[in-house]
Design a protein around this ligand. Sequence first.
Ligand SMILES: C[S@@+](CC[C@H](N)C(=O)[O-])C[C@H]1O[C@@H](n2cnc3c(N)ncnc32)[C@H](O)[C@@H]1O
Length: 204
Amino acid sequence: MLDLKSYFGGPELFTPMERCIVAHARGAVLDLGAGGGRIAAHLQSMAGPDQDVTEVVAVDASQGACSCLRRFGLRSVVHSPWQRVMESGIWHGRFDSVVLAGGNLGLAGDPSGLAVMLGWLRGLLRPCGTILATGLAPWPPPGGCDALPVRFRVEYAGRVGEWFAWLTLTPAALELAAASEGLRVERWLLPADHADFGAQLVRI
Ligand SMILES: C[S@@+](CC[C@H](N)C(=O)[O-])C[C@H]1O[C@@H](n2cnc3c(N)ncnc32)[C@H](O)[C@@H]1O
């Protein structure tokens, strides 16, 4: 069961990991799979030319999410799946921080998608940029290094969404995939044995 309230709440509902993401975001920030915009909107509210965060760009594949993002006041909203943004070839070296909150490493869909997504995100970073990424480990925990695709859909108040592919992965699987794409874990945002984990990735 997902607690939908947390997807639309303000900073008072942020988890410790989300507070950690917000604390480490710097410069030009890309929020990939920004959803209702709770984190993007908070980051934008802190943004300014002389602030730690200077601007926020929010991307989401869902029309409804993008409407929410605009309603939340996000100035730069791109309605697209990340795969199409990647194919367009824009934004090389444009961002200081990329945020994948809410377990959004899952957007990779499968292990090969993870390599593609991480390699693309690395290319979007400025030289000292970081990726603040969260993921959900497979359940029950397989132990070791594993990345397992699952299928997912959301049901709410009698409405049922489309099935979509979601990648669950262990912290070790993230570390391995990151290394093969020229990234390393600078720090874990929570103890790495937690089912719901986060990492700050930097270029090797
Ligand atoms: C688990 S929610 C997380 C939302 C937000 N990051 C948060 O923490 O509240 C995943 C979001 O990713 C979006 N999404 C799904 N597939 C996507 C894709 N291929 N590219 C971009 N966004 C996608 C969904 O529409 C949804 O808003």
